[in-house]
Ligand binder design. Sequence first.
Ligand code: BLA
Length: 765
Amino acid sequence: METELQLPGINIASLKEAPIHTSSQIQSHGVLLVLEEPELRILQVSSNTWNILGIYPENILQTKLEDLLDSFQIERIKTGLAEGNLDFVNPTKIWVRTKGDNYVVFDAVFHRNAEGFLILELEPAISQESIPFLSFYHLARASINQLGTTANFQEFCQIIVEEVRKVTGFDRVMLYKFDHDGHGCVVAEEKIPGLESYLGLHYPESDIPKPARKLFISNSIRLIPDASAQPVQIFPVNNPISERPIDLTNSILRSAAACHLEYLHNMDVGASLTISLIKDQKLWGLIACHHQTPKYVAYELRKACEFLGRVIFSEIAGREETADYGYRISLSHIQSTLIDFMSQEENFVDGLVKNQPNLLDLTSAQGAAVCFGEQCTVIGETPKEEDLLYLLQWLTNNVKEEVFYTDSLPSIYPDAERFKNVASGLLAIPISKHNYVLWFRPEVIQTVNWGGNPNRAFEVSQSDGNVRLCPRKSFELWKETVRLTSLPWQYVEINAALELRKAIINIVLRQAEELAQLAQDLERSNAELKKFAYVASHDLQEPLNQVANYVQLLEMRYEEKLDADAKEFINFAVEGVSLMQTLIDDVLAYSKVDMQAIAFQLTGVETALNRALSNLRGRIAESGALITHDTLPTVMADGTQLMQLFQNLIANAIKFRSDKPLKIHVGAERLEDEWLFSVRDNGIGLDPRFSDRIFVIFQRLHTRDEYPGTGMGLAICKKIIECHRGRIWVESQLGEGAAFYFTIPVGGRERERRNGRKTQNHLFG
Ligand code: BLA
């Protein structure tokens, strides 16, 4: 949102990220002592000891804590410090004697910092006793009882701010939630009537810089009782042992950065209490309390608020995701229906788009596309195919995750601005390299309310060579119109997409397995066929020859004794034997057309045709056929099989000629990525009803008496073309001649057909 300021010679980023934990300044209402263990020697002290303890800082330095406190207290403290966990000591009430016989009571809080120094912080105790009615237990129980009566996330947030305001009495208590881009929004608010509401207002990322967020992870509660009080310096600034400013990360008195104090002043805030809400080790949000005037909150009460915030928050954090429980259930129902549909279809994509519910329902998208191989199946409102292809390319290059989503595609992929009306939002799941399921959402123009103009979140102020950032003066409502964004994808929708991804991968894998199984089966049946052909050609041949020989012998030896009938029977037997012989030869020829055995090479189609014509020259001469052809190309094919193909088709044309002088024409035409060939005759033609049957092995349309042959010729043609990954068909009418068409892919069989199922093979390639 923010436009980064550019000023020569000034590094804004480093100003924004200036460290705040080593400022060596504390808030003036307390005293801080840096101690060296074990003798508790005072190494550093805040310079306000005169005001609070009536002792000058230089008189305290290098003395021991026991010089300041009576021996009874020291004993207690030392015992406490010996415990592993300082939470048992904190806070300890201690009495320090000031001028004369006056005693001041403090809440003393100890912690050891990252450098190993013991830090003691003293805050004036506002009541001598700990707040009796405010046991953490009661506080938490009352609130949690309330939680039981509501399931709504928004109401949970409201309960937190109400409870915190009840126990602290701040003028305004807000629940501030961070967005993923670092800016935040007030999601719940409880305040005194006169104040204007901040509910629903957004604040830019720079209002709470990274170092402040980082501190909140380890130190989850911060009180600034008087935002206009002058900070107090720690003395000496450098620790005498480490020779560096002391690390105040977990200090409770550390003074807020000047910039933030100015921010509070500009917001008319006199005191603030801030509690961090952590989820999955990340800062989820803050409970931010404001008071118009200075306000002190005792350590114990602060802790109670922290505890309360945490307990309630741990309760709601889980519910944030399950907030739309009903929606989640309905999505998971849609999801299982889709999986069911997918498994019923031959091509799983059909299962995603053909029925109700479909892909769109799974994520409440207005458009979706399933892109597999070169094929994109779309449903609803989507970018044009060309735009889709570029988008896919971009995704392939830029997305490595299992799921990708954005509600503002144009901001990361500028070309998307052209199709913002259909795809300002994109949710994508890669199934494998280059294969995606995509969902789209159109642009929805939204208004975001900001607390002050976020483009002028701060100013750079330069005086006396000193450069610093100043927060904006005005927090007045600033409305921003947000374009080029869609409604955001919800957690449950993204999850549903991820689940679908798993299901698709399973199905694709299973189909790949099935294909492999199919190929295996095919190979087995091919092998069986070959075995059969072998048996046929050798084992059947023997007895067949035997029959033929003995029948002939019978005819020769007993010629005189046989009557006309007997001779005719013998003739039938001989004819049967010779037909059987042809059948065996044809089956053998069929089985020899074998994918594995094909020798693909650049083959001149005209050469193959001429060889076929030469083989058929006897029949051609006899029939007086006139055979012509177009200019024929060179293709990737097996020359012998191509010859066989022409031979069978032309023999077929000769066989089924009519009374007219026979004309046969061989045509060739280049289509997009294949060659289309035709063999056209003016013979008897066939009934189009039978145009599929004629390619089936041993199928005949005529009796053997009318037209001799086994019915294998066209089956062989079909097998040859299938081995070349082409198609073969016939177009004809009875009495009108026939045209046989076949195609051969330009790139040979390597080029798969453009057909959904085939392209899945690319998946694992
Ligand atoms: C700190 N800024 C903060 C904090 C809050 C905000 C809650 C933590 C307060 C704390 O530590 O006590 C901002 N407060 C808000 C917002 C709301 C609110 C957004 O109530 C909304 C209702 N801040 C700026 C600029 C800078 C800056 C320009 O606006 C300069 C870089 C700095 N903010 C800044 C720093 C801190 C801070 C440095 C940490 C203060 C500290 O702990 O030292």
